[in-house]
Design a binder for this molecule. Structure first.
Ligand SMILES: NC(=O)c1ccc[n+]([C@@H]2O[C@H](COP(=O)([O-])OP(=O)(O)OC[C@H]3O[C@@H](n4cnc5c(N)ncnc54)[C@H](OP(=O)(O)O)[C@@H]3O)[C@@H](O)[C@H]2O)c1
Length: 299
């Protein structure tokens, strides 16, 4: 199945005329927005050209999805301006009525189905545009999961399916049991985490025709590498870009057409990000940044 999988278009992540950038909602509760402010912000995000929202059942301890649903209810036209990417498969111990003692992964039919239905209820929508399995589960029964996904797709609850933090071999296993293509793998990739660009992950995604989504594309706001910060600053000054824009342009330059999932709650930074994706870095600039990130020149 694997070698026979043809490259597929990824309509869920390639909305007509939109920016190749997603907005992630993991940090929603750092933004200090009530439902109305969130609805206004998301309207501005859509206006800026971003058409993909990334969320997960566990974000904010489970409270992000209901908050997003409240924002959608404030502005009934808002939900349809976005493709929504949801995730499930992680179970967190929590207080209250939860019976979970140990953080673990759960890709069983019962858990995945329950979580998708809960997400749809929270968001007040009838479908997710893309469902991702949040983390590779060592106890995953690939046949059962493939069946579950096929059922969710046929029921119209999920338009397409993908994975997150999967290695190529884990993608291959799951794909070998599925009739529909896995359309995306969301991984940590940035100048602060260059491995997926060098270890075959992005090459494999291109061969499979999968969209690579990059979480924490700005390293989660970290600026811990002084040599990298210096090169980002210098290259940015030479191009009229901010250091963060140079970091996004570095990801954008990769032929895998990576989709960064930006985690900011500030509209000016979203617009900056959209503009950065159109900037093409030359090879020397790209490799200079790689060298600053890894601490050594390429062999
Ligand atoms: N699949 C997974 O396992 C996984 C794991 C982690 C995250 N994610 C997804 O990835 C999304 C993004 O992750 P992230 O928040 O770590 O990404 P990020 O965009 O690398 O980091 C966002 C943080 O950087 C700060 N920041 C500083 N300068 C910025 C600038 N110029 N532009 C934008 N942000 C700037 C933001 O603060 P301000 O808000 O003040 O701008 C925010 O605190 C999450 O929301 C989630 O959807 C997925």
């Amino acid at each position: 199945m694997v070698s026979g999988v043809p490259p597929v278009p990824v309509p869920a992540l390639r909305p007509e005329g939109a920016a190749r950038l997603a907005l992630g909602l993991m940090r929603l509760f750092d933004w200090g927005m009530d439902a109305r402010a969130l609805a206004t912000f998301l309207g501005q995000v859509a206006e800026a050209g971003v058409r993909v929202l990334d969320t997960a059942d566990i974000y904010g301890g489970g409270a992000v999805e209901p908050a997003l649903g409240q924002a959608f209810r404030m502005d009934p036209g808002l939900r349809s301006r976005f493709r929504i990417v949801g995730k499930c498969g992680i179970r967190l111990p929590s207080s209250g009525s939860s019976k979970v003692r140990v953080k673990h992964y759960d890709t069983s039919r019962a858990h995945v189905t329950t979580q998708v239905e809960q997400t749809l209820r929270h968001l007040g929508t009838d479908h997710l545009d893309l469902l991702l399995l949040h983390r590779p589960d060592p106890l995953m029964d690939a046949d059962e999961l493939a069946d579950t996904v096929a059922w969710l797709e046929s029921a119209g609850k999920v338009r397409s399916f993908g994975v997150s933090n999967f290695r190529p071999a884990q993608v291959d296993l799951l794909q070998s049991r599925m009739s529909a293509p896995l359309v995306a793998n969301q991984i940590e990739a940035s100048l602060w985490r260059v491995d997926p660009l060098l270890d075959g992950t992005l090459d494999h995604a291109q061969r499979m025709g999968m969209r690579s989504m990059a979480w924490s594309p700005l390293g989660g706001g970290r600026r811990a590498l002084p040599a990298l910060a210096e090169v980002l600053q210098r290259q940015g000054e030479a191009r009229g870009l901010s250091p963060s824009q140079v970091a996004l342009a570095w990801l954008a330059r990769h032929p895998a057409e990576v989709m960064p999932v930006l985690g900011t709650g500030r509209i000016e930074r979203v617009k900056e990000g959209v503009a950065a994706m159109a900037h093409v870095l030359d090879r020397e600039a790209w490799f200079e940044l790689l060298e600053a990130a890894t601490g050594h020149p390429v062999a």
